[in-house]
Design a binder for this molecule. Structure first.
Ligand SMILES: [Zn+2]
Ligand SMILES: [Zn+2]
Length: 393
């Protein structure tokens, strides 16, 4: 089996671009991707794939090759963000207050491109390719898909997912083996003191004063208790609410934030956090409750799949095309939920930062723009990664 991927992509390039612009003009928020899901479903049906819905607006297309082999899954995201677009483009968002400001319109169009390329070679394909289109990535929609059987019938042996990425220049990709996106857990600490008048603080116990000691202790914990090189750990407080009258001391205070770990020892970090908060509260005569809930789990790339992606990138984009600086991040991605079920995977970033195209704004920004030249590049990288994994070329 020999496919001239580049030539075949050139033939569908206009179509992929049109799909991307159509999705961009009609962005939809998480779990409300009705139009986008229908578009994807129609495209996959048109290719003769076995198509099903999953978790409402999720879509899964299964391409069964004529020959037996391994099963590989690709994942793209469908959702947009609650942002008002401020670009001046003919295909700008037509839905006020909603914008594809993370590039998921591109990721979806790219994955449809890969489906078109590979479906045309079904007769020679040794294995199965699962095209998974996920709703609500921005707020962790992956678990609902898994609960709804996304990883069954068939169960993948490996997962690849690519994401267009403006901080990396066009023509490069970003990927590292091992931990790439941090786990992110949310905490809610409620501190209970004793309310009193501000002129007689000794008659009560101030949860506000206690909270500043808790924050000090959390800072010390994250800076002094972990090796920043091996165990990157970040604890930030994003919300504090306490009191409702300036001359009184309140009874309670609520503090919320996140604990991020770019290593797999997060359970120990959570336990230590709980211990420190409880002990500091006790020292300052308060009681407390500590709730820790999961936002995202650690996303860690499989080394062999990482090597496939790097090999393909060097062939397509050149020997120095793989960058690692700035790729690891303390932000999370819910692709980790699929990996956590025991399926090895690789998540990589497709550079599309290009000052000449104005595609340098940060993701989630109202001026976010894309260098559309990377659509073809990405279709080629993903198609080749699948073929290499299936042992074809
Ligand atoms: Zn995003
Ligand atoms: Zn994204």
């Amino acid at each position: 089996m020999k496919i001239n991927v580049k030539d075949e992509i050139a033939a569908i390039s206009e179509e992929i671009l049109a799909i991307r612009r159509d999705i961009h003009a009609h962005p939809e928020l998480g779990f409300q991707e009705f139009r986008t899901a229908q578009l994807v479903e129609d495209q996959l049906n048109g290719l003769g794939l076995r198509v099903r819905r999953c978790a409402g607006t999720g879509v899964i297309g299964v391409l069964e090759g004529a020959k037996t082999g391994k099963t590989v899954m690709l994942r793209a995201e469908l959702d947009a963000l609650p942002i008002t677009e401020e670009n001046d483009l003919p295909f700008c968002s037509q839905n006020p207050g909603v914008m594809h400001a993370c590039g998921h319109d591109c990721n979806t169009a790219i994955q449809l491109g890969v489906a078109k390329i590979l479906a045309a070679h079904r007769g020679e394909l040794p294995g199965t390719v699962v095209f998974l289109f996920q709703p609500n990535e921005e707020d962790c929609g992956a678990p609902q898909m898994i609960e709804d059987g996304a990883l069954l019938d068939p169960r993948p042996d490996a997962i690849f997912s690519s994401h267009v990425w403006s901080p990396i220049p066009t023509g490069k990709i970003g990927v590292v083996p091992g931990p790439q996106c941090a786990s992110s857990y949310y905490f809610k600490v409620t501190i209970h003191g004793q309310d009193t008048a501000g002129y007689a603080p000794w008659q009560g116990v101030s949860p506000i004063d206690c909270a500043r000691h808790v924050m000090d202790a959390i800072d010390t914990m994250q800076t002094l208790e972990y090796n920043t090189l091996d165990e990157p750990t970040l604890i930030t407080v994003g919300m504090i609410h306490g009191g409702n009258y300036m001359i009184n001391i309140p009874a309670d205070l609520e503090m919320q934030g996140s604990i991020r770990c770019l290593h797999n020892r997060e359970k120990a970090v959570h336990a230590r956090f709980r211990e420190i908060v409880e002990d500091v509260c006790k020292a300052y005569r308060c009681t407390c409750s500590v709730e820790i809930t999961c936002g995202n789990n650690l996303l860690s790339n499989d080394e062999a799949l990482h090597n496939i992606v790097c090999g393909v990138s060097r062939e397509v984009l050149g020997g120095d095309s793989v960058v690692t600086a700035g790729v690891r991040e303390m932000g999370g991605d819910d692709l980790a939920e699929f990996f956590r079920t025991g399926i090895p995977g690789c998540y990589y970033l497709i550079g599309m930062g290009n000052p000449a195209k104005g595609s340098v704004a940060a993701h989630h920004n109202k001026n976010f723009r894309v260098d559309e030249d990377v659509l073809d590049i990405a279709v080629e990288l993903q198609s080749r990664a699948v073929l290499r994994y299936l042992g074809v070329q």
